[in-house]
Design a protein around this ligand. Sequence first.
Ligand code: BES
Ligand code: MN
Ligand code: ZN
Length: 499
Amino acid sequence: MLAIRLVVDPDGIDALALPVRPVEGAADGEPQVVPVETGLAVPTEIVTEVDALLPQVEHTGAAGVVYRSIRPVQTPSRLLLVGIGTGDEAAWRAAGAAVYRAGTRESSITIAMPADVEPAAVRGLAEGLWLASYRFRMPDQPAPTGDGAPVLGEVLLAVTDPAPYEAALAIARATAEATRFARDLTNTPSSLKSPQWFAEQVAAAAAHHEGLTVGVREPEQLAAEGFGGILAVGSGSARGPRLVEISWRPANAQTHVVLVGKGITFDTGGISIKPREAMKLMRKDMGGAAAVVAATIGAAALRLPVQITALAPLAENMVSGSAFRPGDVIRHYGGLTSETTNSDAEGRLVLADAMAYAVDRLAPDLLIDLATLTGANAVALGKRTAALYSDSDELAEAVLAATTEAGEKAWRLPLAADYVEYLGSELADLYSAPTQGAGSVLAALYLREFTGKLRDRWVHIDMSAPSWAEGDAGELTKGATGWGVRTLLRYLGQLSEAG
Ligand code: BES
Ligand code: MN
Ligand code: ZN
């Protein structure tokens, strides 16, 4: 990962980044954008040069805009004029991503931070830099070299005193590392990414942090304990399903949060097979599982005083002679049964087992599940916004607020009472995929049946849409976004402060 360090007196600066901001209500003839006063003393000749440059380059000062000026025979030899817009955390996050994209050809960039800048700005800036600089590589793939390859190795943040910013930088680091881990898991092709492989990656990553325990249930044990949903979905694959349980149990915890994430390592749709175009990216169908395990590891890295258990029910939904069939009735952990109307509605079947298990055996105070559950998420809300469901206004609002602060987007949709009847089956307790009603809402209503006494302490997030980015944009990079890691860490961090 790119090195980001707080420094007081940088010397030998090669590329100097100076923040600039728009001037609100500036009169005609007055500058519309001005340099921000920095902790680092900027030499007068540079101040003069910047004042001359700003109007000419038509910099707006908006966050995300960076102008790069080359000064071949002077020091520093590059100036980056970095728009910071409103100067809030989100603006600094956008600025961080933009500095990375404008500065990949520099080996080192020094950013002169505004005098008395808030720690949140450092958090945003660092997250923007670390997330935008992510690139997925196959385990055996060398780093790119040659013309055009990024060479940026370090970013120095020049401040008058590092002390107030150390904690913000550490939070940003843990958040970015966890998000990058989730992206790695999600981007990995399914030829490599079997349920077993996923479980091994979690165990290996958890081993870097003291206090995390990882348990993995294999098919025999899943059968012995009655995890019929996970077994049914996994039955068509030569690579058996798993249930990963990772827990963080700090001594000072007041609250126990259970996180459940959908972990379909590839979704063909099963016998209700998907069309070609809809199937080609289905290696991403474990983005929920990736987010919950990565957030738990991130919480351990930050030593958050909240007890967390993450459950990742993992299965590969394949087409074969041993696959489960549309119309089969399966028995979930705890005894509820589903008539599996469509084998492509597999995510809810594995989540149902894991949620019922959580409620029955883990006695959580809160249950949050994340899943790439329905194409309907994108139909309703477009490609960047997750759908959030909860019967608790308070919980929904708290998680939505965390989402916004973290720089992720979600919108609450209703657990519509008038659709509940569509779940009724003549052969089982529930239809897994009724054909009436709204797809994402129906999936949420189905899952609610497995929340037992946690019905009012449950949040479900359908993050099918924002789990993937079609191209680089701000702090997102093409491919897996790691959606949910930032939201969960933000929310868990706030819970630990409150309680
Ligand atoms: N994994 C898919 C949902 C999905 C679609 C995720 C697009 C990401 C992008 C899920 O298992 C699925 O196939 N859902 C069905 C549900 C239907 C059969 C009730 C869907 O959305 O069509
Ligand atoms: Mn499916
Ligand atoms: Zn799926």
